[in-house]
Design a protein around this ligand. Structure first.
Ligand code: R1P
Length: 289
């Protein structure tokens, strides 16, 4: 059965609804960034840019870095946008837009997030890089899908018990990132850890301005959580959603974050642009090594 027009929505030019891309516009290696202004900060290093487009917060540049074809896309903020970007990227490579049928031979994408994030550990200072070995999903988006055992229930239960997680909130899900990409992208320059992905910036990450949060102790409980020598390194808003959907769809995904704030010490970087630029260059060079 062809996928209905209301489910797989194409624009009049046959590009996919939100990303505004056609299949020929996407490389097999995809870099995801949150901020749309970060797209140029990546593609300025390309030898050649073959395609540019933007719709809403989703800006795309496809080009070549040292002969490797790479697509860089901005996702905007949050796991809800990741649902759109991962599903539409997968459709671009694995659904035939003419017949609206899933292709018989599926394509595996390599998806790498270059993000910014706050460290939860005093020993992971600002202006460093964190490579996420796992994503801790506390925002609930992935519960819309059949998880098909991509998650790690013992790890999750340990977290739920340790934090006395409220049953009124979405059950946490922990998903491992791609081992292939981890081997490719790690170095002595990267800290490794479990990255917590929240569905908001303030209350969902324990920030209090005027509103009290449901559990004022949650961040300190997260700081000292440990399971099989893995600790929660940082907090942001996309990684676990990328890991979960990539795994369900059969793609490889990893996340690298520039640490611009340290929630344990209260520090914020004095040079965010420089640190992000260094992470961009680091990632591009690792991808072509
Ligand atoms: C919040 O300010 C945003 O910054 C972080 C968070 O994950 C969230 O998207 O990442 P990006 O800088 O990649 O957007």
């Amino acid at each position: 059965m062809p996928i209905k027009e209301s489910e797989l929505i194409l624009n009049p030019d046959n590009s996919i609804y939100h990303l505004n891309l056609k299949p020929e516009h996407v490389a097999k290696t995809i870099i995801l960034v949150g901020d749309q202004d970060r797209v140029e900060k990546v593609s300025k290093y390309f030898d050649r840019i073959e395609f540019k487009i933007q719709k809403r917060e989703f800006k795309t540049h496809t080009g070549y870095y040292k002969k490797k074809r790479i697509t860089v896309i901005s996702t905007g903020i949050g796991p809800d946008n990741i649902d759109i970007v991962l599903n539409e990227l997968d459709a671009l490579v694995n659904i035939d837009f003419g017949t609206r049928q899933i292709k018989e031979t599926l394509t595996k994408l390599h998806i790498i997030r270059i993000g910014t994030s706050g460290s939860l550990q005093a020993h992971i200072p600002v202006d460093t890089f964190v490579l996420s070995t796992h994503g801790l999903d506390i925002n609930g988006m992935l519960h819309a899908y059949q998880l098909n055992n991509i998650n790690t229930p013992d790890f999750e239960q340990a977290f739920i018990t340790h934090t006395n997680w409220s049953p009124n909130k979405a059950r946490p899900i922990i998903i491992e990132g791609s081992q292939i990409l981890r081997d490719q992208l790690k170095s002595e320059q990267t800290y490794e850890g479990l990255t917590a992905t929240a569905g908001g910036f303030y209350g969902p990450q324990g920030r209090v301005l005027r509103l009290p949060v449901q559990d004022a102790q949650l961040n300190s409980k997260m700081d000292n959580f440990e399971y099989n020598n893995i600790r929660i390194s940082n907090f942001e808003m996309e990684t676990s959603a990328i890991f979960g959907l990539a795994k369900l769809l059969g793609h490889e995904a990893l996340s690298l974050n520039a640490i611009i704030a340290n929630r344990a010490t209260g520090n914020f970087t004095k040079k965010p642009a420089l640190t992000i630029d260094k992470l961009i260059k680091y990632t591009l060079d690792k991808l072509v090594e």
